[in-house]
Ligand binder design. Sequence first.
Ligand SMILES: Cc1cc2nc3c(=O)[nH]c(=O)nc-3n(C[C@H](O)[C@H](O)[C@H](O)COP(=O)(O)OP(=O)(O)OC[C@H]3O[C@@H](n4cnc5c(N)ncnc54)[C@H](O)[C@@H]3O)c2cc1C
Length: 270
Amino acid sequence: MYVVSCIKQVPDTTQVQIDPVTNTLKREGVPFIINPYDTHALEESLRLKDRFGLRVATISMGPPNAEATLRKSLALGVDEAILLSDRSFGGADTLATSKVLAEAILKLDAQDDVILVICGKQTIDGDTAQVGPGIATRLNYNQLTLVDKIEELDLTKMKIIVRRKLEGRHERVESSLPAVITVVREINKPRYPTVPRRLESEDAEVKVWNNQVLKLEEQTIGLKGSPTMVNKIFSPQRDKGEIIGDGINDPEGTAKLLVDKLAAKELLPF
Ligand SMILES: Cc1cc2nc3c(=O)[nH]c(=O)nc-3n(C[C@H](O)[C@H](O)[C@H](O)COP(=O)(O)OP(=O)(O)OC[C@H]3O[C@@H](n4cnc5c(N)ncnc54)[C@H](O)[C@@H]3O)c2cc1C
């Protein structure tokens, strides 16, 4: 049985800049890392391997240099790493990205049952959080987003119970398998590779599946299969904040000042 972890190579955002002319991310010369949320997805897969002996595969859609990201996953102990790379996959939006990832998961499922797909909550570059649910929809798997704990995995009854981290509360959800879960940082603390594994991973195979392998209709993938148009990318600008009154010593007076200010700007409904 497989657990599949979807990992994306992203630019190290502390150093990313936006090209003011083209409104695109400047990717040249920028160091790449595994999307931070995906390191937690990967760790959770490895923990399931440790506990249940499941086979772990990592998949990543990206350019040839994303191989380095997958090799890091081999150094951590995954059994199989697959790079989905083809010119025809390029320029994909989330719809086309989830299509290619879902097809690769189906191909693995034909080799051995995929019982769980684990994604990060979102990426730190695209930031949409759409790809995990997109994969689940395409595969007709249940989707459990924002998971901060796998409480139970029952391989006999083929069910999973997870805890979801929502705003101000938790939710406990049970689902049948196979399922897609997306995970938040709180779920675990990722491990470091051991030296022997890191050395072994240098010679290990990262499989490459191009479109000759996946055989997808070109109109449904890459730029041609992407209905999204990006008009502009910009960093949000916020006005400088203002501290009103003394909320600690005079909360009522401060609340009144705030209400007066909002009323003066006609921001109150009364
Ligand atoms: C018109 C258009 C063209 C684009 N062209 C390009 C381009 O040429 N090159 C480019 O890099 N981006 C391109 N993008 C951005 C691209 O759409 C997104 O980066 C991609 O679809 C993933 O979305 P996201 O980053 O918001 O992922 P999210 O939905 O935030 O990711 C959630 C989780 O899904 C999984 N995941 C997401 N993407 C991948 C992946 N590729 N491989 C494995 N797992 C993944 C990870 O587990 C991740 O944590 C383009 C976007 C648009 C709209």
